[in-house]
Structures are given as structure tokens and as C-alpha cells.
Design a protein around this ligand. Sequence first.
Ligand code: HEM
Length: 461
Amino acid sequence: MPVNLSNTKPLAWDSANLNADTKAMLDNLQPNILQGHVREHLSVLFLHFGNAADGKRLLRGLVPLMKSARRHLEEVREFNTSKAPGTPYVGVGISKLGYLKLGHSTTSFTDDAFKSGLKRRKDTLNDPFVSAWEKPYQEEIHAVVLVGDATAEPVAATRERVLALLPATVKVVGEETGLGQRNPAGNGIEHFGYIDGRSQPLFLADQVAAERGVNWEPFFPLSHVLVADPLAPRPERHFGSYLVFRKLEQNVRAFREAEEQLADGLGLTGKDRALAGAMLVGRFRNGTPLRLHGKPSSDGHPVQNDFSYRDDPGSKCPVGAHIRKANPRDSRDGGLERVLGVMMARRGQTYGTRTDAPWDDAPPETRPTGGVGLLFMAFNSSIQSQFEFTQQSWADNSGFPREGTGNDPITGQGSRDTKIRLPKAWGSDKLSAPQSEVPQTVTMKGGEYFFTPSLAYLKSL
Ligand code: HEM
């Protein structure tokens, strides 16, 4: 029996009844795709291969440092039962140019965006010119190695082991260091101060059992992230995923100023001023979804994710809020998002250190204007119809979901000249006077598209 990518039930990865191909898939799939791997500390190495033989030697040499998706899931279970710490995550992605350098043809890859490479997608994504990207990203990047764990030491030690494997002709052209940020409640946040990484497509039975609600179905079939690894010994059981990597710098001061201006424009006072930022993001800083509450009322409770926009024309969560633009859930057609199959597995990490407290109300002038941001990473089965579709047709499209919506206030790129009207009060059908769109405060600094191949492929080199 082949691996069923259109599975209608979440995958019970530990079931004794799995067919041989599915077992082999889990034993050869890299971790962090089906379920996020802890990566509070993260080292990202971008590599250039001098020649095919050395590139292959390195990739083969990395295998003993890596573990399978199955091993990762077992480690998570062991940690949950006995607090036994897991091993570091080592992940590998290869770019289109990397495959060509290794002497492989890329014609059997299914994704045209991957086969173009990120540098050639500027017009699709409204990205800055490559000449404006940070220097390492202007280089030809053949592979990325990700090393992640809960603490700094194992990451540093594993990074050293990776570096020790590099043949002389394999160069590190760039490096990023991811560092998780947490609010006082211990939740992971991004640099504007908001809880991030909460809403994800879930693929595994134990994850779905822990999350299941009545308004939003978090289960998605494997086809959302997995594709056959076309160069593996047995593509019918060896799978991989397309990885988008984009360095997104955040101007926190400018974003906080925009929040303040919007609060003024809407006449919000006192504690209610937090509504302005929530209208941009779709959640309050502590993760409370605006769709469900007009105040950050879930303090002390798990961050809610069981909601749809079915009965909210935009009076509770504005249609232009980041989370609603990026995942309209079933606000139209009773399941637009699900039909289009857009949801990707976001696995990003913040970068840069802070001396201020990102979650508090300290004034904008105390906030950084650069040097901090998000290493945006997402796994897709089609970069074109998932990441690129989200960026181009939703975030950068001021007419989505309807005229007058404006760009995605967080990730939208391109002109921002729509005058937007927001609810006068939470849940009110009355609209505010037209407001200017908030300025763009997230800047793309470079990145690349990769394929994260199966372990079987890496071993075969
Ligand atoms: C610096 C850049 C970004 C920041 C600060 C940011 C921030 C956030 C925050 C605070 C959330 C809410 C937490 C959650 O529901 O998981 C969120 C959710 C989300 N973001 Fe972003 N984001 C950024 C970039 C992007 C990009 C580039 C994309 C895709 C093009 C994206 C897609 C999404 C999606 C799909 C969700 C989940 C929405 C849902 O299912 O409700 N984000 N983001």
C-alpha cells in the first residue's frame, strides 16, 4: 500500500498497523516538517559547493548527525512522559542550483517556484531588488543546514561538528542565529510582542486529539507538506518538502508608532488602545483572537484557536488583519482556504536580541528600528500554491477579500494607499472614518527556496 497523502484521518504515526511504505516514509523523512522541532536556539548555515563530489561527501557526512521524523516524535513522547531531553535537530535543504551543482537534473521536481529560485520571483512577490538584499543572500546558495535545540550548548557543539565536516571547497556563504523570544507567560512571541506560531496545520493523530474544536478543523492531509522525493532510491516511500526561507527584518519602533496612531485615529483610550494593534494582527499580544473577544481576556488560559470567520463580516476581526488575510479560514464559500489547500507549516524563529521587553507597553521610542526580525520558514508541498499564493494573492492584494481592505499590515509588500475603515467599536457594524494604511514595517532582506530531501536520498549520495 502506498503512502496515502490524501488521508482523511490524522496519521497515527505510532500505530503497529501502518503499511510498509508509510513506515519507511517516517524513517526517512526529516523532522520539523510534520511537527515543529524545538529550535529555541537555532543556527542556520548557508553553503556553497565548490564541486559535486565535495557537495555529496558533505551531505552524506551529515546523515549521522540527523534523525528521522519518527525518532523525533518518539523523543517528544519521551520528553512529555519523563522529561528526558531529546537530541538536537539537524535539517538539510538543497536549492535548485545546489541540485544542479551536484550533477542532478531538477526536471522531476514538481514546483516551478522552487525550480526558479527565490531571486527570480521578485515580481511575483513584490520583493526588493536582489542588490538590496544582505550580501550573503546575493550569493549563489546551494544548501542550508539548520541546527536547533532548546538550549545554546548542544546547538553550538553540533554546529561545530557540521563545520568540521566541510570539505575545503564547501564554503559557508552566510549564517543566521535564531533565538526564541518569550513573554512572561512562557509563550513564544515575535518582535512586535505578539504570540506567534499558534495556528498550524496538524497532521498527526496525537496533535489533533489535543487540539480538536468545533469551529476550526486543524487537521490537514499529508499532501499539504509532503511530496515524493524524486531523486531518492524509492520515491514512493521516500518523501521531502519544499522549504521557504526568508529573512524578514522588523522595525519595531515604526510598528509601535503605527499602533499608537491607529489608536488615536479610532479614538481609543486607556486599556482599549490595545485594540488598535489587535486589529492589525487579528489577535491581542497575549494571543486572544479578536474574533472571539474584544479584550485580551484569555490571560492565564491556553491561547484559543477554535474559531472561524463564518459569522463575522469584519466587525469583530477586521478582514484585513494579518491572521485573517493569511488564513481566511472559512469566511467565504464555506471553506475557501481548505479548498485551495493553501495552509503551510510555519517553522520560523525570531532573530536578534532585545534589551527592552517586547510584550509591554513601553513607548515606541524605546524600541529597536532594525537588527531584529523573523527568520520566516515554512514547509510546503507547493511553494507556488501555498507560500507564494498567500503572499501575492492575499497579503499583497489590497482588494482581498474585498475592495478597500488594504495590504496585509504585517507582511504586505507594495503600495499602501488604500483608505481603510475599521469597526468603530469591537463587534459594531458602524465604521470608523477612513484611516491610512499602516506603513510597511517588515523588510525582506534575502532568502532562498530549498527542498528538504529524504534521509534515503542523502545516504545514497
Ligand atoms: C515579520 C513577519 C511576520 C510576523 C511578525 C508575523 C506575525 C504573526 C502572528 C503574531 C500570528 C498569530 C499567531 C498564530 O496564529 O499563529 C501569525 C499567524 C500567521 N501568519 Fe504571520 N507573521 C509574519 C510573517 C508571515 C508571512 C510572511 C506569512 C505568509 C506569507 C505569514 C502567515 C501567517 C499565517 C498563515 C498565520 C496563521 C493564521 C491562522 O491560521 O489563523 N506570516 N503571524
